[in-house]
Design a protein around this ligand. Structure first.
Ligand code: DAH
Length: 355
């Protein structure tokens, strides 16, 4: 017992001596390791030795060792509290899994602060813009509140024409309405510029729709327009196929269907294979089991539309398209529900862009 007592006393002196010299955080950590280290710390080893102390002396020996341990811990705690072990105390701290005596675990990751990211639709719109900018198109914009003339009449919908029913319009007052498509921007651009014209116009459009997984009263479109001499349907097809491959990959299945729009002749709608179900789910909420999803309308600009903006249809021809950005983004990103884009649920939004 007396030899154990001597060892304890010796260790206390040794600790005091080293402690006096320990000037920085690193030295303090080394000291803690040397005395309290879980495997080979001096104090830890004393507890091991306690096992071989005769039963009658165990109690007293245990007390002495505990006193030494408390002494070492208290000294280290005070030293840390006095600032020596703080990170700002000289930059030499090593934090390999240690807690400071104050209880701060320096190895914990810092508090995460979320930085806002662009909305997924904005990101997708930018992707579309990048493809067309690469082909020499420029970007145009137009007003969301339009007149009947630009939204319909100049696009070859006479008043009371039945084709107007297809665009369930939200009227404002008199001649004003919320644009039902981005096509009026074509008219505005053609009015103020001369061919060659090569533009896209992204923007919000509005329709009197009941919300469901693929319809909303407000959504986004991007319009495209090319007008020049000698422009043909082959240009339309080639450009749109190139564009859709750039967005969805080389192997994407695309189909052109004959269609009707008052402002184009001939007209075509373009479908893309349903990426949500791949045509394998008869009850797919996105494609209704058809395996295809319509994403854009297109066609050769109707000669009457060119005349309306004083472009000579004998000299110039053009093609145009209008694409639903939301729907296309849903297919590209595998999102089964258009409403997710507008609910502003952070759990959804944080999945896009850089975090
Ligand atoms: N504006 C049409 C729509 O909203 C889409 C469209 C079809 C735009 C043909 C065009 C076009 O430019 O040529 O359904």
């Amino acid at each position: 017992m007396s030899s154990l007592r001597d060892r304890i006393e010796g260790l206390r002196k040794a600790f005091e001596e080293s402690a006096r010299k320990a000037g920085d955080a690193r030295a303090l950590e080394e000291l803690r390791n040397a005395f309290l280290g879980r495997k080979k710390g001096h104090v830890t080893l004393l507890f091991e030795d306690l096992k071989s102390v005769p039963a009658g002396e165990k109690r007293e020996a245990g007390q002495l060792i505990n006193e030494l341990k408390d002494f070492v811990q208290e000294w280290l705690r005070q030293k840390a509290a006095s600032g020596v072990a703080s990170v700002s105390g000289g930059g030499s701290i090593t934090t390999h899994g240690y807690k400071t005596e104050g209880g701060t675990d320096l190895t914990l990751p810092g508090r995460k602060r979320y930085v806002g990211t662009p909305h997924p639709l904005t990101l997708f719109e930018q992707e579309i813009e990048r493809v067309f900018l690469g082909m020499g198109f420029t970007i145009e914009e137009g007003p969301e509140i339009e007149t009947d003339y630009y939204n319909f009449e100049a696009l070859n919908f006479p008043p009371y024409h039945p084709a107007r029913d297809k665009w369930d319009t939200l009227f404002i007052k008199g001649d004003l309405l919320l644009r039902t498509h981005t096509s009026p921007v074509q008219v505005r651009v053609m009015e103020r510029s001369k061919p060659p014209i090569r533009i896209i116009c992204p923007g919000r459009v509005f329709r009197h729709e009941t919300p469901d997984p693929t319809h909303l009263p407000m959504f986004m479109q991007v319009e495209g327009l090319v007008v020049d001499e000698g422009v043909t349907f082959a240009h339309l097809k080639g450009t749109l196929e190139y564009f859709l491959r750039a967005l969805f990959g080389e192997k994407v299945k695309v189909r052109f269907r004959p269609s009707f729009f008052p402002f184009t002749e001939p007209s075509a709608e373009v479908d893309i294979e349903c990426i949500v179900c791949g045509g394998r789910d008869a009850a797919c909420r996105v494609c209704g089991g058809t395996g295809w999803k319509e994403i854009l309308g297109s066609g050769m600009v109707h000669p009457q539309v060119l005349k309306n903006v004083n472009i000579d249809p004998e000299k110039y021809s053009g093609w145009a398209f209008g694409l639903g950005i939301d729907r296309t983004a849903m297919l590209a990103l595998g999102i089964p529900e258009m409403r997710y884009f507008y609910e502003n649920d952070l759990r959804f939004l944080r999945q896009f862009g850089t975090k």
